[in-house]
Design a protein around this ligand. Structure first.
Ligand SMILES: [Ca+2]
Length: 225
């Protein structure tokens, strides 16, 4: 989007995928045994040029185990500016209204630390908007980031370590039991508002965020900010 591109020096720490013309480097990863962190295979998603939210999106389907969307390099590396900010995305699954079969909705890994958050539920098979704040502590709806090694709530140090050197960012596509298909669109990482001025971001992003918030208020998706 032009508004983000105009943010100049902040580009490296603000990223998004809208899938206007391709898969933008996203992959599918399969974890097995079920509900584990062990990746056993990687696959290419299918790019679909219409039917997204809006426009193009990527389509994935079940593999051996639990399947996740894996972010491309543009979301990785030093994402320190995203600490306290928001990760948002839209997804759908044909397995809506069934319990999630896994307990990691988003997994972040960096510098030897793995954190995860669990909040995935879908009330319909339509596109659903998700927001999650990239910060320790209890977020809206009781969601919180956990440290995968200690099984304790993630600390501020865990979150800043992971975001300072992000080596993967995975979003669950898996829902319920049995074969599922699902789509992903509009993935964004946005820094917390107080860092905008420091980053020299102009009013373009403020307008963009205001628009996002209007969309969120009118959306039906779970919000964990
Ligand atoms: Ca799109």
């Amino acid at each position: 989007m032009a508004m983000i591109a105009s943010a100049g020096g902040a580009q490296a720490q603000l990223t998004q995928s809208t899938f206007d013309s391709g898969s933008e480097g996203w992959l599918l990863v399969d974890r097995f045994p079920f509900d584990s962190f062990d990746v056993v295979s990687m696959r290419e998603p299918t790019f679909v040029d219409s039917g997204g939210n809006p426009g193009g999106y990527v389509l994935g389907s079940d593999g051996p185990g639990d399947w996740y969307w894996r972010a491309p390099a543009s979301f990785l590396g030093n994402q320190s500016a995203a600490y306290g900010g928001i990760l948002s995305f839209d997804l759908f699954s044909n397995r809506a209204q069934t319990p999630a079969a896994l307990h990691y909705s988003v997994i972040l890994n960096g510098d030897g630390v793995t954190t995860y958050a669990f909040f995935t539920s879908l009330e319909s098979t339509d596109w659903t908007h998700f927001n999650i704040r990239l910060q320790e502590g209890t977020l809206q709806n009781g969601v919180q980031w956990m440290n995968a090694d200690t099984s304790l709530p993630a600390t501020a140090a865990d979150m800043t370590t992971v975001l300072g050197s992000l080596s993967f960012l995975d979003i669950a596509g898996e829902f319920g039991e049995g074969f599922d298909i699902g789509g992903l669109d509009n993935v964004q990482m946005v820094p917390e508002p107080s860092t905008w001025a420091m980053l020299g971001i102009g009013t373009g992003l403020l307008v963009l965020l205001a628009r996002r918030e209007r969309i969120q208020r009118h959306g039906s998706g779970p919000v964990a900010s």
